[in-house]
Design a protein around this ligand. Structure first.
Ligand SMILES: [Zn+2]
Length: 185
């Protein structure tokens, strides 16, 4: 029982072997797939589910993606690209690179000035192959969630800076207009 793709109506097993779970139906004691997907036979619960097929198309130039910064160097940040947004993620993360020249319109001397390890960013894809080359220059692009480098609390956007609600530290980033934690007035 591998991870073959099944089509609606495909036979999975008899009901005595595995009880019908999500994405399945029973007909004359036989469990069949109700959707296109990948069957998974759970041995513990003796239940079979068909998991819907996720979109695996690669992002292309011009697409906007979200990702987590996993490494920062002077010239480039390495990004684990998670999906088109936080709710529409890829089955497997893709590798993205954010070069110093693509972070902001301002001149900066190091990536560290604007991006930190662990930041969640929204970026535009510039190419059609891996690794994805990313840009955060647009006002809507950049860091959408960041943690305090001192205490780890989620930084809150206040006017144009990011402030730690716990230790009051102020940090600088290339902040997106869509930053997720905004201070209440
Ligand atoms: Zn802090």
């Amino acid at each position: 029982m591998g991870s073959n793709i099944v089509l609606p109506g495909d036979y999975l097993c008899v009901e005595e072997e595995f009880s019908p779970g999500s994405g399945t139906y029973v007909e004359d004691g036989k469990v069949r797939a109700a959707i296109i997907g990948v069957p998974s036979f759970d041995m513990a619960s003796r239940r079979v589910n068909v998991k819907p097929f996720k979109r695996i198309a690669l992002p292309k130039a011009g697409d906007v993606v979200v990702g987590e910064v996993t490494m920062v160097k002077d010239e480039v940040a390495v990004v684990k690209v998670l999906g088109f947004d936080l709710y529409n993620t890829f089955k497997n993360p893709l590798t993205g690179l954010l070069h110093i020249s693509q972070i902001t319109e301002q001149r900066i001397s190091s990536v560290y000035e604007m991006i930190a390890l662990g930041d969640l960013i929204k970026a535009k894809v510039l190419n059609n192959y891996l690794p994805l080359l990313l840009s955060t220059k647009d006002p809507k692009l950049g860091v959408i969630l960041a943690k305090c480098s001192k205490c780890g609390a989620i930084l809150v956007k206040k006017n144009d800076s990011l402030v730690c609600p716990s230790c009051r530290r102020v940090e600088r980033r290339k902040v997106s207009m869509d930053y997720l934690a905004v201070a209440r007035r």
